[in-house]
Structure formats: C-alpha cells, structure tokens
Ligand binder design. Structure first.
Ligand code: 2RA
Length: 330
C-alpha cells in the first residue's frame, strides 16, 4: 500500500501524520507531498527521514491512497490527476463535498456508502462532522426535524497564520492580520465568506453537508458560526427538535453506546465538555444534555471536538482505514 500525505507540512497535514502513527495505520511506502516551496524539505516521521516531494512527482508514483489537506484550488486541480492514475483521494477541502458524484463521509455515520470504485472522497467540514456524529444515533431513534446550532470555533480551524495572529496579539503585537478584526479578547460572528443570503459559507456548509451525510433533505438546519480566541477545539450549542419524543436517560444511554462519542455530563460536579480537554483527542464530547422546556420533543446539547483531529485528520484517516479494512483499495 502506497500512501501519500498531500499538504504534509501544513497544520492539518502534520496532524494527519500524528494520527497515522497513533492509530498504527499500515502502509508499505509513504510519500510526503507539498507545494513547490516546501519541496526538498526534510521531515522526520517514525524515526525515518523523508524528503518532501511535489505533486507531479507524487502522481507519477501512483499512490493507492492520498490524503489531501492542501486547500480547495489545489484539490480541484490535482485530485483528478491522482484519480486518473487510480489513487483514492480523501480530500479535506470543500472542493468536492457537495458534488452529487462524490461521497461525503463520516465513517461512524455513513461509511457504508463507500464503494470500491470511489476515487475522490470528501471529508466534511469540521463543525459539521462533530455535529452529525452526535446527532446521527439520535436521528435513527427519534428522527431529527430541525437543528438550531451556534458554534464557538477555534483559531486552528483557519490555519497556522491565525494561530500566529492570536499569539502575537497576546504579546502586544497587532500587526498580523488574518481576520478583519482583532481575535484576542473578541468573538467574530464571521467564519469564511459572507454569501448573498446573509449567512457565511461556514454556516451554509453546516446546513447542506448535514442533509447530505444524514441522507435526509427534509432536515431543517440554521446556523450561526463564531470564531473565538480558543486553541484546539470547536464547541457547539445545538438545539434539536425531533419528530418523536425522547427520554433523557435513553438519550444519554444511546450517546454513551455510540462509537466515537464520549458523554461528559455531570453538572453537579462541573463536568461538561471543554475545548481544552478535547485537544489532541479523537472523540466527540457531549454534555449539558437537557430538555428544551419551551417546545415539545426538543433537546439542548453542548458538543466539543478537536477540529484538527475528528474535524479533519482523524476522520480522513478513518476513511482510509475503512477503505483498507473493507477491501475497497485495489
Ligand atoms: C474553520 N471550518 O474552522 C473551518 C476549517 N475547516 O474555519
């Protein structure tokens, strides 16, 4: 099995390598791939030194799987070139997510849609992944009717330059400008670009991707996405209305028994999910479970996950594992 990590020098690419190592994902050959300006750089991985290669060279090596974390335009240009040599591309950008020809996958939720001839597979947006993972088992039992979600997103979701902006603002230097405003001691209700309908692209990703992954266009979603001076995890306040009524203890039990979810919900002891605790972990943490007393069949929950792990790298590596374990790589 020849594995390529495309965007190996970036924030998500580096996390992909960590996850590959931690999960013991097996390969025979590994290619570290990045843009021209990183070609020739040396990267150390599992005690071995790798020289970063360019995309052209990587295509010529015909990897079986390439995990792309290199942005939308690189993916639009290069994923089809890898596809043409038979590579399975697992793509972290938004380039292919809503294409009707391509699968959008969270393995625990809809891994069963994957087939042997899938060649470009889209990894969903980070804030969508943690939300659908927490909602899917409840959707199965009570059927989700409408979701109202507000996000509290970490600067790592924007990338290294945003982490630099936050850290330099904290040391008194306000010259680094990734966001249109200061991020330290602030909250920006603005993630990705604004669209004609007044929502941001991030908010519309949560609307559209949720319907596609849960395979249900009737689900109504409305989102407000907010960037906070937080490192290492996205949090979400989710208000979900179901078709059927639920029992709160049963909800806890369903979530506790669902793959990839950890329930942290013991308010008497101040136990609830927080980004600081989620950082570096692969699971999605759920807490503050309580009935919305203002309308029937409605639940409030607080959902936290490391956006670079389950929101990006871990989910992508899990897709690769799913393909390998189910003999979908040839
Ligand atoms: C963010 N959703 O947090 C993006 C990253 N994919 O900005």
């Amino acid at each position: 099995m020849k594995l390529a990590v495309v965007g190996a020098t970036g924030l998500v690419g580096q996390e992909v390598l960590k996850v590959i190592k931690e999960r013991g994902f097996e390969y025979d050959e590994l290619f570290m791939v990045a843009s021209e300006r990183s070609v020739g750089k040396k990267l150390e991985f599992k005690g071995k030194e790798y020289e970063v290669i360019g995309l052209d060279k990587a295509v010529s090596l015909q990897p079986d799987i390439a995990i792309f974390s290199a942005g939308g335009s690189t993916s639009l240009e290069w994923a089809p070139k890898f596809e043409a040599v038979g590579t399975i591309v697992i793509d972290n950008s938004s380039a292919w997510r809503m294409s009707p020809k391509h699968k959008l996958v969270v393995p625990e939720v809809n891994g069963d849609v994957l087939r042997i001839d899938d060649r470009i597979i889209a990894n969903p947006n980070c804030s969508t992944i943690q939300m659908v993972l927490a909602l899917a088992p409840l959707h199965k039992k009570y059927k989700v009717k409408r979701i109202v979600v507000s996000t509290y997103q970490s600067v790592t979701g924007t990338g290294k330059a945003a982490v630099d902006q936050l850290m330099s603002e904290r040391s008194g230097d306000e010259s680094t400008k990734v966001y249109p405003h200061k991020i330290d001691m602030n909250a920006l209700p603005h993630i990705d670009v604004f669209m004609d309908n007044g929502y941001t692209k991030e908010e519309m990703k949560m609307v559209n991707e949720t319907k596609k992954i849960l395979q249900d266009d009737s689900i109504q979603v409305t989102a407000t996405a907010v960037r906070l001076p937080v490192m290492g995890g996205h949090s979400e306040a989710i208000n979900v209305e179901f078709e059927k009524d639920y029992d709160l203890n049963e909800v806890r039990e369903i979530l506790s028994n669902s793959a990839g979810i950890v329930v942290k919900d013991d308010v008497a002891n101040n136990v609830y999910p927080m980004p600081l605790d989620a950082q570096g972990k692969d699971e999605v943490f759920v807490g503050r479970l309580r009935r919305d007393e203002s309308q029937p069949n409605t639940l409030n929950m607080w959902v936290v996950a490391d956006n670079l792990r389950k929101g990006a790298a871990t989910n992508a590596v899990q897709i690769a594992e799913y393909m390998a374990v189910n003999n979908l790589v040839y």
